[in-house]
Design a protein around this ligand. Structure first.
Ligand code: FAD
Length: 459
């Protein structure tokens, strides 16, 4: 249904029922609220329901369902694929629902569905506590957790979804239900990796861990040493402790003071690290990396929320982005060759190739315990095309696609759902058994596929 078919009285009725605001084309704030993080996505919803409470969410869901509106649910608005907006339908926007309550005695945080990691980390850090969250602080806790949630604490305490204790969900019929190990356990299973398929999560309850400062940051190596460093890295991570989470990233070195001038604007290999254990153990854990004598070594102690935001400036809202992703079991010599070849031809200095080391606590969770797709692969990789101008779209899309084809022989065929925009990859992301279970859950909670703008499980 388009905006023209929505009766103004009905829209006004919804506006009156909401404690939050209803924003429509022509309203002063419409452009501000319709935009999402990825500048490639430019859509014009008929209405944006800026919810302030679970009751608002119920009203918005009921309105979208009864009026046959296409419904997009927005937490932090960081979906690469632009799932949290739409043309002509309703955006159910939770970004005004940003409260986090921390219970330090029980080490639990309750966060509303529109909270970003910056807000969450600040609230938990005040109590010397944290749980795994995304690597860029402007990202929403909602989409990231529902898809899985890769972050700095993952090898010690699992993915973001592994720290989820319960969730409050508004279902497609407008009911408010709770999901946990003891209440609606199958729904709880599906929420931990199955994305936004089953309803709108209005509150997340997370288990917290003692984290104050971490030893973290970045090392940079010149690209001519990338092969040698990657081979050393492969041996290094095979034995590194769970307290240490690292990733490799092929980047373009910035013209910053901390970078030697000859490296400015040149391809470089970054190693990023976070040690969240006893600081006395961190030096020994990092020594093999330091022995590689990086040109830049900025790894040191810092408050955890600071590490959580060091990448924010590199990925600001409004940049154009296209990515492809996968898992690989090993960093083989031939794979290193392909990475070196394709990253030497990055058309944009803002693009990266990221190689996340998984394992640790992620792999110790039983594969069937949550819907998350792949807990066994050692590495998750991500070809991230990032650029500014629309005229550069073709070159950047072509680079990501050709790099992804070259990586096909090395990947498992699966993908992390939060790093994909392709419908065709959803079943492969979960594998047949989990996908079948997700389908049955979808049939139970959303048989008409009201929540279809996501990595969609077809009921
Ligand atoms: C700059 C950047 C950095 C990133 N870094 C990481 C990272 O470190 N680790 C990682 O794992 N991923 C990362 N991602 C990917 C990220 O996990 C996904 O893009 C995720 O979907 C973003 O969540 P969001 O709430 O911000 O997005 P949105 O665009 O708001 O939503 C994404 C999806 O989740 C659904 N959804 C959102 N809120 C709710 C809700 N309350 N209830 C039900 N469904 C909801 C939406 O309908 C949509 O399908 C990053 C993405 C970006 C753009």
């Amino acid at each position: 249904m388009s905006s023209a078919e929505l009766h103004p009285d009905d829209v006004a009725g919804l506006g009156n029922r909401l404690a939050g605001e209803l924003v429509a084309p022509g309203d002063e704030l419409y452009d501000q609220y319709r935009h999402v993080w990825n500048g490639m996505i430019d859509r014009r919803p008929a209405i944006i329901a800026r919810c302030r409470s679970s009751d608002d969410v119920v009203a918005a869901v009921n309105f979208a369902r009864t009026h046959g509106l296409l419904l997009a649910v927005r937490g932090g608005g960081h979906s690469f694929a632009g799932f949290s907006t739409c043309d002509g339908g309703m955006v159910l926007d939770l970004s005004a629902m940003r409260t986090v309550q921390v219970d330090p005695d029980h080490r639990v945080a309750r966060a509303q569905g529109g909270v970003t990691w910056a807000v969450y980390d600040a609230a938990t850090h005040a109590h010397g506590l944290a749980s795994t969250g995304g690597l860029v602080s402007t990202t929403g806790i909602a989409g990231l957790t529902l898809g899985g949630g890769i972050g700095w604490l993952q090898r010690r305490w699992g993915l973001a979804c592994d720290n989820l204790l319960s969730a409050e969900v508004v279902t497609a019929t407008g009911e408010i239900v709770r999901a946990s190990e003891s209440e609606n356990p199958e729904l709880f299973w599906g929420l931990r990796g199955g994305g936004g398929n089953f309803g709108v999560v209005t509150e997340f309850e997370f288990r917290l861990h003692p984290v104050t400062d971490v030893i973290g940051g970045l090392m940079l190596f010149t690209a001519d040493r990338a092969g040698r460093v990657m081979r050393a890295y492969r041996d290094y991570v095979s034995a590194c402790p769970d307290e240490l989470t690292t990733w490799l990233s092929m980047v373009t070195a910035p013209a910053a003071d901390f970078v030697p001038a000859p490296m400015h604007g040149r391809p470089a290999l970054a190693v990023l690290a976070c040690h969240c254990g006893d600081p006395a153990d961190a030096e020994a854990a990092l020594l093999p990396l330091r022995d590689l004598q990086p040109e830049v070594d900025l790894i040191g102690p810092m408050p955890y929320p600071q590490l959580q935001s060091v990448l924010d400036e590199d990925l600001p809202p409004g940049v154009r982005c296209y990515l492809k992703s996968g898992y690989t079991p090993a960093l083989t010599d031939s794979l290193i060759g392909v990475i070196a070849e394709h990253t030497s031809a990055m058309p944009s200095p803002a693009s990266t190739f990221d190689f996340h080391h998984m394992g640790g606590a992620i792999a110790r969770v039983h594969d069937r315990a949550t819907a998350f797709g792949d807990r066994r692969s050692a590495f998750c990789f991500n070809i991230v095309g990032v650029w500014d101008q629309a005229e550069d779209d073709d070159a950047n899309l072509a680079w990501v696609r050709s790099f992804a084809s070259a990586l096909t022989p090395f990947d498992t065929g699966g993908v992390y759902v939060n790093f994909t925009a392709e419908d065709a990859s959803v079943q492969a992301a979960y594998g047949d058994e989990k996908y079948g279970r997700l389908k049955a859950l979808k049939q139970q909670y959303d048989p008409t596929n009201l929540f279809k703008l996501n990595q969609n499980v077809i009921p």
